[in-house]
Design a binder for this molecule. Structure first.
Ligand code: PPS
Ligand code: ADP
Length: 206
């Protein structure tokens, strides 16, 4: 027997139900738990948008947590690199953490390139229906490359950094994201659209 990620299941480990449920915790928070999964190229604006949205939600009294690729790779995923297998494992681990946080009743914002459709689908499948909201930060490669805040595109073009997404590693754009954002618009406009989306999905009340 294997789980959705193809990992073996141990039949001697049995799930233990607890008396306090996600619904109980959501009632305390006065909103639902959900993941807003930002995906896009390096430099597309994922961290900036997730940060701006978290600030706006926090000011409205919403309980949030932001999981960011750069930060998670300093701890939980510090053993992983940027080959396909490691990126897959990165997203699987982050998906599991996000799932626990949704169970705690939080609104989780994740900012990972998450370049493969299959892994994003895997995370969607881990979560209760309607609680995975895929946000595609669609910024042209040329714009990301011109922004290049960490100088990584320059290194990748110079051949000093291998497997760089968009240069010599694949990015599979979402085909039907829950929200498709033009990453060149003003951050304030984009944050407004994200708040509207949470309202429409009845995750928070405006
Ligand atoms: N080879 C290569 N390709 C892409 N990105 C690279 C690479 N090496 C380092 N970085 C830096 O790592 C950040 C992306 O990490 P993620 O965990 O989001 O990547 S992934 O989802 O596992 O593909 C990414 O951060 P963002 O720019 O915020 O996206 C980069 O700063
Ligand atoms: N909507 C936007 N318009 C203009 N610049 C932006 C926008 N969003 C992000 N940026 C800038 O682009 C760069 C990359 O943004 P960042 O959020 O770090 O991207 P990512 O997390 O996808 O790598 C930063 O310098 C940021 O200030």
């Amino acid at each position: 027997m294997a789980d959705a990620a193809g990992l073996p299941l141990n039949e001697n480990v049995v799930w233990h139900p607890h008396p306090v449920t996600r619904q109980d915790r959501e009632a305390l928070h006065k909103h639902q738990g959900a993941v807003l999964w930002f995906t896009g190229l390096s430099g597309s604006g994922k961290s900036t948008l997730a940060g701006a949205l978290e600030q706006a939600l926090h000011q409205r009294g919403v309980s949030t947590y932001l999981l960011d690729g750069d930060n998670v790779r300093h701890g939980l995923c510090r053993d992983l690199g940027f080959g396909d297998d490691d990126r897959r494992e990165n997203i699987r681990r982050v998906g599991e953490v996000a799932r626990l946080m949704v169970d705690a009743g939080l609104i989780v914002l994740t900012a990972f390139i998450s370049p493969h459709r299959a892994e994003r689908q895997l995370v969607r499948d881990m979560l209760p229906a309607g609680r995975f909201i895929e946000v595609f930060v669609d910024t042209p490669l040329a714009v990301c490359e011109a922004r290049d805040p960490k100088g990584l595109y320059q290194k990748a073009r110079a051949g000093e950094l291998r497997n760089f997404t968009g240069i010599d590693a694949v990015y599979e754009a979402p085909q039907r994201p829950d929200l498709h954002l033009d990453g060149e618009q003003l951050v304030t406009n984009l944050t407004g659209r994200l708040l509207d989306l949470l309202d429409e999905h009845v995750i928070i009340e405006s």
